[in-house]
Design a protein around this ligand. Structure first.
Ligand code: HEC
Ligand code: HEC
Length: 352
């Protein structure tokens, strides 16, 4: 059993392509730490090139849809209901509620920094963020529209035709749900949160407190970065939750979720979930797919035990927490401030 576990870890770490570069000893200087961290993670830049006119129109269209409650069947729901700016694009609920207050099965994830992630949803059951958006319009847990036709009708009634024309010029019939999903994709990819950690990676070693730097050191040497790596500090692979023991031993989850296995039906996918991004993690409690804890320190301690078979000391936990707090960035203005919606008389919802 032990060999199998070790093999699993080695394989999964090799898949990340970075395990061999992780030194076993503490780093000598802050500059060395920054250099090693730069190879494991990635920088969210201070400035990005301004989008061209068409992309800018798509981003603005996506933004309006994201905030427009009129597009759901009962006027109760749109993306921002569950991905709220004040909670860094989560909803602080164990399970989100959508149309008709229907409850989903898992905790809502953040939609920030998706540009730097490959996997969508806890169980990797969406092929892209466009696929995710497209299906939201008609699922009973989200917008609740009974058909694609009904979802399109609401976009039409809310006065979206001219915006689709600007965002998809040259298209004979611009108002489609595929285009709505593409616009939402462009919008979400534009939302990134640069943090003090990025300044540190760029060489500004004073951007992090001594605690945070020690915590980063722990995060790397203890093994967290073997799964949580890349620019989003996660979001790139699927891994078993509970490598060394059943996760519910610690989380006390009732009816443990089987994760990816429910989608793929493969044994090796049992209890496998998306390795989430840890950007802004201090702001997005509750934690884990089933919201099994509100407390970040508890989440860190459980991760040490379940994923690495390590009992982290109180000091290690608090240092790692200080590092994770340095991943909190500034919210983009396009997300913090709600857009002005078209002043159509249609207030939604209407039975269609
Ligand atoms: C009813 C609440 C609710 C609404 C409305 C909602 N979401 Fe979500 N969202 C969730 C939950 C819950 C998850 C996690 C689902 C899972 O992984 O099983 C999620 C996950 C996501 C993800 C995946 C993030 C990741 O890290 O993998 C994206 C992208 C996303 N939502 C975008 C949207 C967009 C765009 C809309 C509007 C078209 C939307 N959501 C509407 C609750 C909601
Ligand atoms: C073997 C891979 C692996 C290792 C190593 C690992 N994690 Fe995780 N981590 C995951 C997975 C998978 C999840 C999602 C579990 C779930 O909710 O189903 C996760 C979730 C988390 C969460 C909750 C995120 C959220 O959005 O709810 C935190 C915090 C976290 N990890 C921190 C750490 C820390 C700190 C370490 C090192 C002590 C660590 N992880 C080591 C794979 C790993």
């Amino acid at each position: 059993m032990k060999t199998a576990r070790i093999r699993f870890l080695t394989l999964s770490m090799a898949a990340c392509g970075i395990f061999l570069t992780i030194p076993k000893v503490a780093f000598g200087t802050d500059k060395e730490l920054a250099k090693t961290a730069k190879a494991l993670f990635g920088i969210i830049p201070a400035k990005t090139a301004a989008p061209d006119k068409v992309t800018a129109a798509q981003i603005e269209l996506g933004r309006k849809i994201f905030f427009d409650y009129r597009l759901s069947k009962d006027g109760s729901t749109t993306c921002v209901r569950c991905h709220q700016p004040q909670f860094y694009s989560t909803d602080r609920l164990p399970q989100s509620a959508g149309f008709n207050n229907n409850k989903g099965a898992r905790n809502a994830q953040s939609i920030l920094n998706l540009k730097y992630q490959d996997i969508v949803h806890w169980r990797n059951d969406r092929t892209s963020i466009e696929d995710q958006a497209l299906r939201s319009f008609t699922t009973h847990l989200s917008f609740g529209n009974s058909s694609e036709k009904e979802a399109l009708k609401r976009l039409e009634l809310a006065g979206y035709q001219p915006l689709f024309k600007d965002a998809f010029p040259g298209s004979g019939n611009p108002l489609t749900l595929e285009n709505a999903a593409a616009a939402l994709g462009s919008y979400q990819r534009s939302l990134t949160t640069r943090a003090p950690f990025d300044q540190f990676l760029e060489g500004d070693i004073k951007a992090l407190s001594n605690q945070a730097k020690k915590g980063l050191n722990e995060f790397i040497t203890v093994g967290c970065a073997s799964c949580h790596n890349g620019t989003a500090v996660g979001g790139r692979t699927m891994q078993k939750f509970g490598v060394y023991q059943n996760y519910w031993n610690l989380t006390k989850s009732k009816n443990p979720d089987k994760g990816r296995q429910e989608i793929s039906k493969k044994d090796e996918d049992l209890y496998v979930f998306k390795v989430p991004s840890l950007r802004n993690i201090n702001e997005t409690a509750p934690y884990f797919h089933d919201a099994s804890t509100q407390d970040l320190e508890t989440a860190i301690r459980w991760m040490g035990k379940l994923q690495l078979n390590k009992d982290l000391t109180d000091e290690q936990v608090s240092l790692i927490k200080a590092f994770l707090q340095s991943l909190t960035g500034e919210l983009p203005k396009d997300f913090r401030i709600a857009p002005t919606l078209s002043p159509q008389p249609y207030a939604g919802p209407e039975p269609l």
